[in-house]
Design a protein around this ligand. Structure first.
Ligand code: NAD
Ligand code: TDX
Length: 340
């Protein structure tokens, strides 16, 4: 069995590659990644020499390159993680989100169709459903109502995946997951950014009133869900993945400060994210009942393990935040925090 995993040098992709390389020694796993600012081969140091693993650098939106790779490798399964993934960046620079998330998905779908892959799995997000009020859950039937350029590009990709199933009979699945957390999470996202700022005694920028709610899922539980859908998902179906673990942002930030023994005076409420979705919550009944998915981690232990990981892997994040990240931080937070 030969698998193409795209975006395997990013946060979730690298956790998935490690999970699959170790779980299926008989599978050959090819990781295709452009190594953008978010891609990092350090994430895969421990498995880079495994005989069932190979890395290829390239752009999923480069149609000729993608067709050539599929011709050469004859993939059975394709799992597409590659994406521009950060909502704040999509607000300042939407074009690259359309290019990678929509054009890139289209190039992969065309190659999957040309070379008869057995399954194309699109890793999508709960953000395509938009936002919830105080009650209710997203189900697979909730209409798409994306609110950010990021989620709009993911929703566009999802519709292309659906269309390739309906029109060309391509065997596809789409998974829509809630917010992940865990090791190798890039420090532009809430949890790692807050851990690292707290460790450096820097202010923690909380958007708006801090009461927006996300449903947090430990990354390994997401990997397990994708493994299940890949092998057992019914063709053409969408599966929601979520942790039933709703927390306000301020609650997350206070939990991190408490565990690190840092003062709440580091919290700074800053200008809100435009179009900021208020609440996400996932109904994952279909995945649980149809495929028997059961998340293994609860938030209390998962967040503790995650914080410990950042404490024990300082070099990993110090390398990241010493580079171009400095410019990013200044452009996103300079005005909000009043720092140069
Ligand atoms: P990430 O930003 O950490 O990683 C993205 C990876 O894709 C990087 O390695 C990057 O180099 C690569 N990439 C970007 N553009 C590429 C291109 N044109 N060609 C090839 N590779 C390219 O993202 P993540 O948080 O690991 O998210 C992975 C996927 O899961 C995304 O599709 C995202 O939409 C989805 N998702 C993420 C979350 C979350 O909480 N992080 C939740 C639900 C769904
Ligand atoms: O500095 C911050 N301050 C803050 O208050 C940052 C970076 C975030 N936030 C808030 C915004 C959100 O309400 O925290 C919440 C989480 O923000 P992000 O970590 O940026 O994640 P989110 O926007 O919810 O999107 C994530 O989950 C769904 C991923 O980045 C997406 O790729 C995924 O699809």
């Amino acid at each position: 069995m030969k698998l193409l995993v795209t975006g395997g040098a990013g946060f979730i992709g690298s956790n998935f590659v490690r999970y699959m390389v170790n779980k299926y020694p008989d599978y050959n796993i090819v990781n295709l990644d452009l190594l953008t600012y978010a891609g990092n081969l350090e994430n895969l140091k421990d498995i880079e020499n495994k005989p069932n693993y190979k890395f290829v650098r390239g752009d999923i939106a480069d149609r000729d390159f993608v067709q050539g790779l599929f011709q050469e490798e004859k993939f059975d399964f394709v799992i597409n993680f590659a994406a521009e993934s950060h909502v704040d960046r999509s607000i300042t620079d939407p074009g690259i989100f359309v290019q990678t998330n929509i054009q890139g998905t289209l190039a992969l779908l065309d190659a999957a169709k040309s070379f008869d892959v057995k399954k194309y799995l699109q890793v999508s997000t709960d953000e395509v459903y938009g936002t919830l009020g105080e009650t209710g859950y997203f189900t697979e039937e909730t209409p798409l109502a994306a609110n950010s350029p990021y989620s709009a590009s993911k929703a566009g990709a999802d519709l292309l995946v659906r269309a390739y199933h309906e029109t060309f009979g391509l065997p596809v699945n789409i998974t829509r997951c809630s917010n992940n957390y865990g090791p190798y999470h890039f420090p532009e996202k809430l949890i790692p950014l807050m851990i690292i700022n707290a460790l450096n005694d820097k202010e923690l920028p909380v958007y708006g009133d801090g009461l927006n709610i996300r449903d947090w899922l430990y990354v390994e539980d997401h990997c397990q869900a994708i493994d299940l859908v890949l092998h057992k998902g019914r063709d053409g179906e969408v599966y929601n993945v979520g942790g039933n673990n709703e927390r306000t942002n301020i609650d997350i930030v206070k939990t991190i400060l408490k565990q690190l023994g840092k003062p709440e005076s580091l919290i700074k409420y800053v200008k809100d994210r435009p179009g900021h979705d208020r609440r996400y919550a996932i109904d994952a009944t279909k995945l649980r009942t149809e495929l028997g998915w059961q998340p293994k981690h609860n938030f209390d232990t998962g967040i503790k393990e995650t914080i410990d990981w950042y404490l024990n892997n300082r070099e990993w994040w110090e390398n990241i935040i010493s580079g171009e990240y400095q410019e990013y931080f200044k452009s996103q937070y300079g005005d909000r925090l009043g720092v140069e």
